[in-house]
Write a protein that binds this ligand. Structure first.
Ligand SMILES: [Zn+2]
Ligand SMILES: [Zn+2]
Ligand SMILES: [Zn+2]
Ligand SMILES: [Zn+2]
Length: 1197
């Protein structure tokens, strides 16, 4: 494949589906002509069709599939063969020659399919940290396919070129070989060329920072790696309000586990599941083929209605003159009219009706929905009348949804046929329709209540889960899949239970529900209840809308998960066990998301309000899951849900006996990873001297030595143990090794040199390519060895790479061995002391001396305690209690001196301690940002109303006052301390109770304080206190408590714990004031008796109110004064302005008056000079120049 071809890879990928389907058809035909290819063709068809629905296509996987198809395309050469029994010149027929190869090809195709499947399931980061291993395996498959292809071509050539001479044949063979070598070199190079930019970027980052392990072990690098990968750890939508996860330690743990995981084991484990999937696929393929051929026959007949299988529907279709599809509403109404007509006519004329309903579709048309052993629900057709009442306008919507699978609002011929074909054996069409009209909703409602009950049982079982499983189970229950399921349940409208009072309907619904459940359960158990991808879910449900199956599937899965959880009450489970369970739920929810997206697209064409439309669809099941969804604890209904049916006062708590009886009955085989009760100790049996006697070699046996490595800022000293075996030809070595943290297997070679032996070996299955080189000095019996790996280039000064001196001292005695300087001072004495201590040790060990065992036990305890504390610091958990120098020295001493097998056991124990720490959601302390592990403190005031966000503090930061995300935390705020995961199940209850309790308790303290204040100290005896309660005493030490102290949220009776007892984690006294109080109960801190917020009694509220009133009054007075001042100011301003205006006006008018006066004077002077006649004229003139008023006499005009 050259570069141009790579570029067209995308195109090839796009057209691959079509091409593959064509190929599948061609190969099938070929298979009928040459049956011997059947096994290989069958495998290919299954693997290729199984993956056609898969969306998450990976280019590397695609390359493998492409090579697989290329191999299969060679099969088409067989079309030149008339008969597979044709003999070549060596007397072998092509069938004989290729039969073994066919089986091999079939196996390789299945193995490749499974490997690709397993690879695709790994997240981007998991794939990346193990890229070279995975790519190596995938490349092997490409090579294998190329190999097979060459073999096939060669064999075909043998048969077609019978005339070609041997020399030519050999030449061909040669060129074929060359080609094969070329291709082998290509595979990995090819992978490099198809790397996506993101893959390239991440790979570059890893190699620039010293390889996978060094990136994983560095917080900054790891964080950058995660951000570069763009991987989010939740695959389903829905977000946490504004909080960043700081879960580096567990991401690291997971990825490290991924790195150490044995790929072959992964592939093998996947193969089991994959083969089951292939089986199911094969079943479905045969069914599809069958129904396709049926349909072909039908299609040959003409007319749209003729393509409809059911005679009744066919007639409706014909009568209505419908074409390929019809509006769903019209369809349902026509259906109703048709059956009303028909059934009312049959009541008088039974035989006619009988003849028309009898021809039911051939029952061989097995649909995936149908169970092989459906409880047959045969009814007399005359009894169908009950069903009629459900085929009417009131039930248009559910009937329409049942037929109109894609939600377009149109019913097509194909949809009608699918609907009819999915009808259980022996069901009449009216019954089937009635089931969808009402029965289905009844069944959904039943599942809804069953799931609620199951989840509630899970939370009651949680109390009994072993501490070591607790964290995994908590994470499982806190997973987003749980609140997504809750959204589905809460969103779905329950049916009115009256509808099931119709016995006919109830019987139909029950029998169908039971059969469906059985079918799904069988399929689920085929895949061991593991739904790794959405494709697997579809494989199990068969065709059809997810809303039909979502509740039964969730119910069946959770039922299985509850079993796993119950086993977790007795056995230690693998941490992966429970996260796999979450993944199965996620696969279902991803299909739900897909469905919602499709519906949204369809609804958008006709509806503006999609949310409202979803509320009307499938009883509202998807309504709440649509749009911008997030976790809102206050709405979570898991804890508060009550079954309407049962009037019981809530379920009883589960007792230990009940749990015991339960887990005894559950087989351990339901666990995917098995139980982890025991410690995986390394078996050194094969290295015992007696076993090594067959080959004599100086290197054989067990070597021990001290070595070092840097770990963050410190240097760890520890004992390394390596045991070797030499092969019978004295050349190669195999062995095992162990230190306090790891075990490894090794393989290598040994050579004889001057003065001893040289050896080199590499660790098997190690991504860092760790290898070692050593020299054994036969005279001093010392093996000097040094490590080398990819990290070395950038960390060459790490003491890890310094030469290690190893001797044949038994691991348990290495602690007694003299140090170099002791030997230099006095060799004889040093040796003598060593021999004595060693002998004593061995003797004590043999005799199981008490002192010996006690000493071991003390060592173990110290090691576990110190190592746990140092791990907590290292993992960034809180609260921390760092080791002081003396303790550090002690841990160092133990690590350095203990037998590595013991040290590793103790190390595992301390990791186990970490695993047992209470788990809190991944967001950290709002002050120090560390991951909170033991006590989580929630502020009761800094909390949003819907409880989706609040201020969290760790135990160390309890007195800090962070301001974050809009909260301003104050030290006076009440806080509740949680020592267990606070699930949404309990969230509202705990917070509400905590608020009530703190209010009440503060009241008690206030009353006490005021009583103490008014009375003399001597008078405070109990007798006088009829209305005042007895002094609060600590539940753990019975001392009188005063503020500050803690008070319990869970215990119904007011329960107090003094500060001292809380810090020392003292248990409650069984004869104390609150014998039922437990250490894991949430506590509220009573800092003092003053009121911090709204949580107050009426009296306290009055006080607050009064304070508020005073404050308000003060505010008002000051406000009023302000207003007064302002008004005054304004008024005076106004006054000024008015005055100024008036003055101006006055001045102006005076001027005008003056002017007027002057004119008048002038006029008077002038008129005086004229004769009186003129005076009259002037008067008239003046009058006429005045405006006419209504009162003015008309004489003038
Ligand atoms: Zn903190
Ligand atoms: Zn606060
Ligand atoms: Zn106490
Ligand atoms: Zn309590």
């Amino acid at each position: 494949m050259n570069f141009r071809e790579i570029r067209s890879l995308e195109e090839a990928a796009n057209s691959f589906t079509d091409k593959a389907q064509t190929m599948v058809k061609g190969l099938r035909t070929l298979g009928t002509l040459h049956p011997f290819v059947g096994v290989a063709v069958g495998a290919f068809v299954l693997v290729i069709t199984l993956d056609l629905v898969r969306r998450d296509n990976d280019r590397k996987v695609f390359l493998v599939k492409l090579k697989m198809s290329e191999l299969m395309s060679v099969f088409f050469e067989l079309r030149h063969f008339k008969d597979s029994e044709d003999k070549a010149h060596d007397g072998l027929s092509i069938a004989d020659r290729l039969a073994p190869l066919m089986a091999e090809i079939a196996n390789d195709i299945k193995a490749a399919g499974s490997a690709c499947d397993a690879y695709l399931k790994k997240g981007f980061l998991s794939k990346t940290v193990k890229a070279s291993t995975y790519e190596g395996r995938l490349a092997n498959f490409i090579d294998t396919f190329a190999d097979h292809r060459n073999k096939l071509e060669l064999s075909f050539a043998l048969h077609t070129s019978l005339g070609v001479d041997a020399a030519n044949e050999k030449l061909d063979e040669q060129s074929v070989r060359l080609k094969a070598i070329e291709e082998k070199l290509d595979a990995i190079a090819l992978f490099r060329q198809v790397d996506t930019p993101r893959e390239k970027d991440v790979q570059k980052f890893i190699s620039e920072h010293g390889g996978v392990k060094s990136v994983l072990n560095n917080d900054d690098f790891l964080e950058e790696l995660i951000s570069k990968s763009g991987e989010s750890f939740s695959r389903i939508s829905g977000r946490e309000a504004g909080r960043k996860s700081n879960d580096l330690p567990s991401v690291r743990k997971r990825l490290l586990k991924e790195v150490l995981e044995d790929v072959d084991e992964v592939f093998n484990r996947n193969m089991v599941l994959f083969e089951k999937k292939l089986d199911m696929q094969s079943k479905q393929l045969t069914e599809t083929l069958q129904s396709e051929s049926d349909r072909v026959i039908q299609t040959l007949l003409s007319g749209a209605h003729d393509r409809i299988i059911d005679p009744d529907l066919q007639r409706i279709w014909k009568d209505m003159g419908w074409k390929g599809s019809v509006k769903a509403r019209h369809f349902v109404l026509a259906l109703h009219d048709y059956y009303t007509d028909k059934l009312s006519s049959t009541s008088s004329d039974l035989p006619v009706f009988d003849s028309s309903t009898l021809p039911s579709p051939p029952s061989s048309r097995a649909s995936p929905v149908k169970s092989p052993n459906t409880a047959t629900f045969r009814r007399q057709s005359s009894d169908d009348k009950w069903a009629l009442s459900y085929i009417n306008a009131a039930y248009v919507q559910p009937i329409l949804e049942a037929v109109d699978d894609d939600g377009t609002g149109f019913v097509s011929v194909k949809e009608v046929n699918t609907f009819v074909a999915s009808r259980p054996d022996g069901w009449s069409l009216p019954t089937w329709i009635a089931y969808w009209a009402v029965g289905w909703q009844a069944s959904i409602s039943q599942y809804k209540s069953k799931i609620y009950t199951l989840v509630q049982e899970m939370f009651r079982t949680l109390e009994h889960v072993l501490p070591s499983n607790r964290r995994a189970v908590d994470e499982y229950l806190f997973h987003p899949s749980f609140w997504r399921i809750e959204l589905l349940l809460r969103s779905t409208r329950s049916v009115n239970f009256k509808v099931l009072s119709d016995p006919d309907l109830a019987r139909a619904a029950d029998s169908y529900t039971a059969a469906e459940e059985e079918r799904l359960d069988n399929s689920l158990s085929d895949v061991a209840y593991e739904l790794d991808t959405t494709a697997t879910v579809q494989l199990i449900t068969g065709e059809g809308r997810i809303e039909r199956y979502v509740f039964p599937l969730i119910y069946l899965l959770l039922r299985q998960h509850l079993k796993v959880m119950t086993l977790g009450c007795k056995h230690v489970l693998d941490t992966e066990e429970l996260s796999t369970l979450n993944e199965s739920l996620v696969s279902i929810l991803l299909l739900v998301d897909d469905r919602i997206q499709n519906l949204e697209a369809v609804f958008k064409q006709t509806h503006l309000d999609i949310q409202a439309r979803l509320g009307n669809f499938a009883f509202g099941i998807f309504q709440l899951s649509y749009g911008d969804i997030k976790r809102v604890p206050i709405q979570n209904s898991f804890g508060t849900w009550v079954d309407d049916d049962e009037n019981s006062a809530g379920p009883e708590p589960i007792t230990a006996e009940v749990i015991h009886a339960k887990y005894e009955k559950i087989p351990l085989s339901i666990l995917k990873y098995g139980i982890q009760d025991g410690f995986q100790s390394t078996d050194y049996f094969e290295f015992e001297p007696a076993r090594l006697r067959r080959v004599s070699h100086a290197i054989q046996g067990t070597w021990t030595g001290h070595c070092q490595r840097s770990d963050g800022d410190e240097v760890i000293n520890y004992v390394l143990r390596i045991s070797f075996r030499v092969s019978s030809d004295l050349r190669s070595i195999k062995g095992k090794g162990e230190d306090f943290a790891n075990t490894f297997n090794l393989e290598g070679r040994v050579f004889r040199t001057k003065g001893g032996y040289e050896l080199e070996f590499a660790l098997s299955d190690d991504d860092e390519e760790t290898s070692a080189f050593g020299f054994l000095d036969t005279t001093s019996e010392t093996l000097i060895m040094s490590w080398s790996d990819r990290r070395r280039k950038t960390n060459y000064d790490d003491p890890y790479y310094e030469p290690i001196n190893m001797r044949k001292t038994p691991p348990s005695l290495i602690r007694y061995r003299y140090k170099d300087h002791q030997f230099a001072e006095d060799p004889i004495r040093a040796r003598w002391a060593f021999a004595c201590s060693a002998a004593l040790h061995l003797a004590q060990e043999k005799m199981w001396s008490r002192r010996f065992l006690e000493a071991r036990a003390t060592e173990r305890k110290r090691f576990v305690e110190l190592s746990t504390r140092s791990l907590i610091v290292k993992m960034g958990l809180t609260p921390q209690k760092p080791l002081n120098p003396a303790e550090k020295g002690e841990l160092e001493y133990l690590r350095r001196e203990l037998n590595p097998s013991e040290a590793r056991f103790y190390h595992a124990l301390s990791q186990f301690e970490i695993q047992k720490l209470p788990w809190h959601p991944a967001w950290g302390c709002d002050w120090c940002t560390r991951r909170i592990t033991k006590s989580r403190l929630l502020c009761l005031h800094c909390m949003t109303d819907n409880l989706s966000d609040n201020i969290d503090l760790c135990a160390v930061c309890i007195d800090k006052s962070p301001s974050k995300r809009g909260f301003v935390h104050d030290i006076s705020h009440d806080v509740v301390k949680i020592e267990e995961t606070l699930h949404d199940f309990n969230f509202t209850r705990v917070i509400d109770t905590a608020r009530t309790v703190i209010g009440r308790v503060k009241g008690i303290f206030r009353t006490l304080e005021s009583a103490n204040g008014s009375r003399e100290v001597g008078q405070t005896d109990g007798e006088s206190g009829d209305e005042t309660r007895a002094d609060p005493t600590c539940a753990c030490c019975r001392q009188r408590v005063s503020t500050p102290c803690w008070t319990c949220v869970t215990c119904t009776k007011d329960t107090f714990v003094c500060m001292g007892c809380d810090t020392q984690r003292v248990k409650s006294l069984s004869d104390g004031p609150s014998p039922h109080h437990k250490l894991n109960h949430p506590l509220v801190k009573v800092r003092d008796s003053s009121i911090a917020g709204a949580d107050a009694t009426a009296e306290e509220r009055l006080v607050i109110l009064q304070q508020r009133l005073v404050a308000m009054e003060r505010q008002m007075t000051s406000g009023l004064a302000g207003i007064d001042a302002k008004v005054e100011e304004r008024l005076s301003n106004l006054e000024h302005r008015v005055e100024a205006r008036l003055a101006m006006f006055e001045a102006n008018s005076e001027l005008r008056f003056d002017a007027l006066e002057a004119v008048l004077r002038q006029l008077v002077a002038q008129t005086a000079a004229l004769p009186s006649l003129y005076a009259q004229v002037v008067k008239d003139q003046i009058r006429s120049s005045m405006p006419p008023s209504p009162r003015s006499p008309r004489w003038f005009q």
